[in-house]
Design a binder for this molecule. Sequence first.
Ligand SMILES: [Mg+2]
Length: 244
Amino acid sequence: MTSGRPLFMFDFDRTILCEDSDVGVPQSLGATSALEVLKTYRFGDDWTRIVDEALLAMQTREGKSRDDIAAAARGQRAFPETLEALALVAAHADAHIVSDANDVYIGSFLAAHGLDRGFKVWTNPTFVDEAGRLRVRPFRAAGAAPACHDCPANLCKAEVVRQMLAQAPARPRFVAYAGDGRNDFHPATVLSAADHVLVRNDESEPRALGLFHAIKRSPGSVRASVHYWKDGRDLLRVVRELLL
Ligand SMILES: [Mg+2]
């Protein structure tokens, strides 16, 4: 059955935002010790654990409050047309965000733009510890077997896509997935020929070309229609074409 509304999924960092919130939030706060913590990351490390350490550094070493952190998240930069595209999607489709950031960064940003009710967010949950500090824990329960061998152990976005489709009351009219990173490749490969992948392709931002290069390296691995976009204006144009 394909009578359902379209289903849209967006990555958050460098897709909705221009930059990466895990870095952008401490940068906005001038929290240099937290940025130093993030720089200790090496390939294969548990990124969410390092972000948790960075959150602790912001609060204990830099004296920032939970409100300061939420305010910095609200102020993260996005193209105005991207916000317009998100509002359009929230009005016309089942709208989801799938991200390895966290619920405070994403929730604060969406609320600041009046978009928090429009999206279901799949991401790392935060909590307040016994000392009153904002902390983040992994999306995937500690010790759980990885969902696949292609994605970071904490979050296989393809697994989330499968869960979403299993929970949908009817097969969506189409699925559209917008992303930029290497971890957006696996979900792109599980979509069908009726679906769409919105791939960021901005040569001036080499850190946002992971998905672009992964698709180029494996031609034929993505059955969905591929649409390239560079900035908010492009993204809005594609979203309009698909929805209106
Ligand atoms: Mg991203």
